[in-house]
Structures are given as C-alpha cells and as structure tokens.
Design a protein around this ligand. Sequence first.
Ligand code: NAP
Length: 248
Amino acid sequence: MRTVLILGGTGEARRLAAALTGGGFRVISSLAGRVADPVLPPGEVRVGGFGGPEGLAGYVRANRVDVVVDATHPFAARISASAAAAGVPLLLLRRPGWTAGPGDVWHRVPALDAAAAFIARSPFERVFLTTGRQGLGAFADLADRWFLVRSVDPIAPPHPPRLESLLDRGPFSVDGEIALLRSYTIQLLVTKDSGGDMTAAKLTAARRLGLPVLMVDRPPVTPGVPVVANVEDAVTFLRTGSGGAGGG
Ligand code: NAP
C-alpha cells in the first residue's frame, strides 16, 4: 500500500483524501493549524508546521511516505516552496485561477501591498476585503477608507482602523453576495485570485452590480514540479504516475 501525504487546508485536499481513502492508499492529511475549527478530511490527520523543508523531509522518511501532494491554497507560498525544496516525490494540485469575462471590470495587482496602494489612489471609499485575515496589515494605513472584512476566524491587529468584521466561510451564493454588496453599499471588491467555485459567487455578484474588482495575482509556483488542476487528475497521476504537466 502506498502512503500519500496531502498538504491540505483546502476543499480539493479534503476531496482528494476522500477519493484515495480505501482505494489502496494510506492517506495522511496535514493541516497548518491556523483555523480554530477546521473542516477535517477523512483518514489520518496531523496538525502543525514541519519545521521547513528539512523537517518535511524528515517527516516523509520517518512515516515512509511515498509521495507528497501539495494541495494547499494557491496563496500558501511558504509551504509550497518548502515542499518543492524538500527533495521528496511531489505532485502539485493547483486549481486554475479565475479569468475575467464580458462585463467584468477587474484590475490585477501583484500582491496585497500593491492592492493597498491601488485603493489609496482610487476614489473608492467603501471596500469589501475578502483576502483573509492574514495580510490585513497591508491595508492598515488606509484610515480614510471604510472596509468590510470577511474571514473565517476573528481578525487581529494590524488592520485598517475603520472596518466591520464579518465571520463567515464559503460556499456563498450569488444572491447572498449581491444582497451583502448592496446592504453595505460596497464600491470595490478586493480578492485574491484563489480560483475554484467555493468563493466565486462574489465575482458574479460584482459583475451583475457593475462593481470593480481588485484581483491580487497568485505567487509563482516552483518550476519543474508536476502539476494537476483537479482532484480527478491527481488520482490518475497517483494511480498511474502520469498525467501531470511539467510545471512552469
Ligand atoms: P504558508 O504561509 O505557506 O505557510 C506558513 C507555514 O505554515 C509553513 O512554512 C509551514 O510551516 C506551515 N504550514 C502551512 N500549511 C501547512 C500544512 N498544510 N501542513 C503543515 N504545515 C503547514 O501558509 P498559509 O498561507 O499561512 O496557509 C496555511 C494553511 O491554510 C495552508 O494549509 C493553506 O492551504 C490554508 N489556506 C490558506 C489560505 C491563504 O489565503 N493563504 C486560504 C485558505 C486556506 P513549516 O515551515 O514549519 O513546515
């Protein structure tokens, strides 16, 4: 039986654990331990950092892991870099990013601090921030704007001084997102390019209301790591050892 270590914290990671469990694999899912009440995948679960690439490599050896699947969030750049540097057999499961369609008014920025600079230059006073509670410090100096901040867990300083915190976890509906944007008279939506269906309703809602979107680009992936875009392709890769693109 092959042992798969899934670096998780995403819906794909949970679905991959479910798809592999009982299918001839021993599955260990790894969570960072950031979220107070995580949705747990089926199978074995371990929680907490490994201690960098060396720590991860040591864990892989000690637990006789045959392959590591990096199914972490596209913005969890440190753990992905760590997995790529650990010298272990690795598959990257990375959902595609979002693309703008007709009617979308998107502005792309390379990182959160660039998003804050964009807002500072813009006329928008009421901003819906859906980039998560980590990184809120990038917006802390924007004292002349008001923010609606949505996150899974409570926020902590540093953060912008004028805000309302909304604790919620997807999936969200288009109707619900439209009602939210309207009730707070939001003028700009800020989001990471997370991709996937779980939180995409806000983009449809923004399009229908004619609202601009500030889209924060993903950090780059390590070149050379085989990559698949969905759980089905990850299962095929793990069963047959093929199907992944070569990385970019
Ligand atoms: P990060 O900045 O890339 O990672 C920071 C450190 O946390 C890593 O160096 C690693 O510690 C540890 N870590 C992260 N993910 C881990 C995992 N799955 N298992 C064990 N250790 C892990 O990560 P992050 O952005 O804080 O995200 C943390 C977790 O939340 C990830 O599992 C990610 O999938 C999930 N998540 C992140 C976002 C986001 O927007 N960033 C959104 C949704 C879910 P060591 O170096 O000590 O190993």
